[in-house]
Design a binder for this molecule. Structure first.
Ligand code: CMP
Length: 134
């Protein structure tokens, strides 16, 4: 099934110079990066992106982190893209993520975990229009 999903290299990933490595891993997995942009989020957009986590104890830490520097947002398309991007990313907590996954190889904490990838078709539908029109 051909799908589109939303992916974001977080400020720690950008600061560590990992954008090209992540692009290469996505493309080697046979997925297509339809559109990509480096940008700074504002608070409204960050809170909207993570609105499902509003009220959780880590919400403010998460929002502060994604506001702490530039991010790279991507629209990624391909067969089973949502599941494959989650596989490439690895477990949310880098300490539990397998070697060979982006978070397992490069993440330093559950907040500084390098990459965000939408976790379901519903999330992708909510997140993509915040960054990509059409
Ligand atoms: P991400 O894929 O961007 O989606 C939500 C983010 O919330 C997640 O990556 C983590 O960075 C963060 N997160 C999820 N669970 C926790 C938690 N228990 N403690 C701190 N941060 C969390």
């Amino acid at each position: 099934m051909r799908e589109r999903t939303f992916v974001m290299v977080k400020p720690d990933g950008v600061a560590k110079g990992l954008t090209d490595e992540i692009v290469a891993r996505v493309e080697r997995a046979g997925l297509k990066i339809v559109s990509m942009r480096r940008m700074k989020l504002d608070r409204g957009l960050a809170e909207e992106l993570y609105s499902v986590h509003r009220g959780k104890d880590f919400f403010e830490r998460l929002v502060e982190h994604v506001l702490s520097g530039e991010v790279v947002v991507m629209l990624v398309e391909g067969e089973l893209t949502i599941a494959r991007m989650r596989e490439l990313s690895g477990a949310t907590d880098p300490a539990k993520a397998a070697k060979g996954t982006i978070r397992g190889d490069f993440g330093s904490s559950i907040t500084e975990n390098i990459i965000h990838a939408a976790d379901s078709a519903e999330s992708a539908e909510q997140e993509l229009p915040l960054f990509f029109k059409g």
